[in-house]
Design a protein around this ligand. Structure first.
Ligand code: SAH
Ligand code: SF4
Ligand code: F3S
Length: 449
């Protein structure tokens, strides 16, 4: 490799992609590349892409178009497309953008070094075949020095009729409890305070591990994993995402209530509040089952935050069915809800159904839902007013350098006056003095040393 080469990574999409990008950045630095903030200064540009909705995918093409043009003038530039669009499009990406050097699916993230060797030998490479994900030995280059992601299960075996993820991320592959724990031990030694355990359907953790039986009676579950990693020294907070209502258990809630480091926050997407739509989505639960889960959480952990994802304008969704989603939001009162208008995706069953809704109907429903979400989120925020919350300080407030930002255990953003060099990575008590729908302002009570 040429010396003093520089790389730039732009990441689209979810936390899995962010975690993959951090590992790929680690591999590039191991190879001697240095990070370039500006893609135009870089000799290697990697787009880690998302194809969950059409607009996410289109964004990639517009970024890529610009760099492909630059490559015509600077042929030494190496262009890589990784992630979910790469997996979905494979070879056809090369036809669309012939300037590309490497197209690699998410399962190949840890192989970036080998794949680049082939590129530097003059090949144009496509890596999209399903593989057994190799345990990573390179140290990720993590964006934060306070909070870190740890993958526990890759892929997804569900078949939600709108979703590309199973197609692009492949079948479930759990990491061993020992590998997860040792990554966490190392993070604790490096001074990280908060870990988020990651999986598209994290409740599936362990199903595929040797020792698990088909009847599900002898299993290494997510709950078992939480008990197993809970005492890792230095790690003060543990989060996990994403939970699937079909597999969510009371045992998991009890573990969260019992284990002091596990934060009081559940992210459980419901997607729709209407049973017919849930069935058409192949989600495997009803609105009633979802509400029973929420009731159980509120019984055992009354103050826990609850967030979710929802889709409006799924094919055939009537006004009344959409109103069932509004009703669910009204009843549950989410702390946060990620909302999206349904986007037909290539290769998914629902994309070819006849009863697609017009864009303006989807837009209108999205607006109405978002309005309700912020009203309910503000109601949830209000409960913090006057309380003293434990905040883990992550960074400076990017809009006001006299303030720092952090999160409560329930995952609400908090801003307060303070010096980031003194406070970064500290868990401090903050008295909440103002609330907004999705964030809080407070006052530091005392500085821990
Ligand atoms: N594994 C998680 C979510 C993964 S994708 C789960 O099962 O809930 C993240 C979110 O993107 C989904 O929860 C869904 O709300 C949204 N999403 C997925 N496919 C979509 C599509 N075709 N159109 C609109 N939103 C979509
Ligand atoms: Fe997609 Fe469903 Fe898997 Fe979530 S559980 S990633 S929505 S297929
Ligand atoms: Fe997007 Fe792939 Fe994540 S499609 S949401 S980056 S799993």
């Amino acid at each position: 490799m040429r010396s003093a080469s520089r790389y730039h990574i732009t990441t689209f999409g979810c936390q899995m992609n962010k975690a993959d990008s951090e590992r790929m950045a680690g591999i590039l630095e191991e190879m001697g590349f240095q990070f370039a903030e500006n893609p135009n200064d870089a000799d290697l540009i990697l787009y880690n892409t998302c194809s969950i909705r059409d607009n996410a995918e289109q964004k990639v093409y517009s970024y890529l178009g610009r760099q492909a043009k630059r490559k015509q003038e600077q042929p030494h530039l190496t262009l890589v497309v990784a992630g979910c669009v790469a997996q979905q499009e494979g070879e056809s990406l090369l036809r669309r953008v012939p300037e590309l050097d490497l197209v690699m699916g998410p399962q190949h993230a840890n192989r970036l070094g080998d794949l680049l060797e082939q590129v530097f030998n003059g090949e144009q490479v496509v890596a999209s075949e399903p593989i057994q994900i190799v345990e990573d030995i390179t140290k990720p280059r993590r964006d934060s020095s306070v909070t870190a992601w740890v993958n526990v299960i890759y892929g997804c075996n569900e078949r939600c009729t709108y979703c590309v993820v199973p197609g692009v991320r492949g079948t479930e592959q759990s990491r061993t409890p020992a590998a997860i724990r040792s990554e966490m031990v190392e993070l604790g030694q490096q001074g990280y305070k908060e870990i988020t355990l990651l999986g598209q359907n994290i409740d599936a953790y362990g199903r595929d591990l040797p020792g698990s039986t088909a009847d599900g009676r002898h299993q290494q579950t997510l709950t078992d994993l939480l008990y197993y990693v809970h005492d890792v020294p230095g790690i003060e907070r543990i989060r996990f995402a994403t939970s699937h209502p079909r597999y969510f258990t009371e045992r998991l809630i009890r573990a969260c209530a019992e284990l002091p480091k596990v934060c009081e926050h559940f992210h459980i997407p419901f997607q729709s509040g209407d049973n017919e739509i849930l069935k058409a989505m192949a989600r495997g639960y009803t609105q009633q089952k979802y509400c029973r889960i929420i009731a159980k959480i509120r019984e055992i952990m009354p103050d826990a935050s609850i967030s979710a994802d929802a889709i409006v304008g799924f094919p055939g969704e009537t006004e009344v069915q959409f109103e069932n989603t509004l009703k669910l939001v009204e009843e549950v009162g989410f702390d946060l809800l990620n909302t999206a208008a349904y986007s037909p995706r290539p290769g998914t069953p629902a994309a070819v159904w006849q009863d697609q809704l017009p864009e303006e109907v989807k837009r209108d429903r999205l607006q109405r839902l978002n309005h309700l979400v912020s009203v309910k989120a503000a109601e949830r925020s209000q409960r913090y007013l006057g309380r003293t919350e434990e905040v883990l300080v992550e960074d400076q407030n990017s809009k006001d350098s006299s303030q720092v930002m952090g999160r409560t255990r329930g995952n609400r953003l908090v801003f307060f006056t303070g010096n980031i060099t003194q406070l970064k990575g500290q868990l401090v008590p903050v008295k909440i003095t103002e609330f907004r729908a999705f964030s809080l302002t407070g006052q530091l009570l005392l500085v821990a040393c």
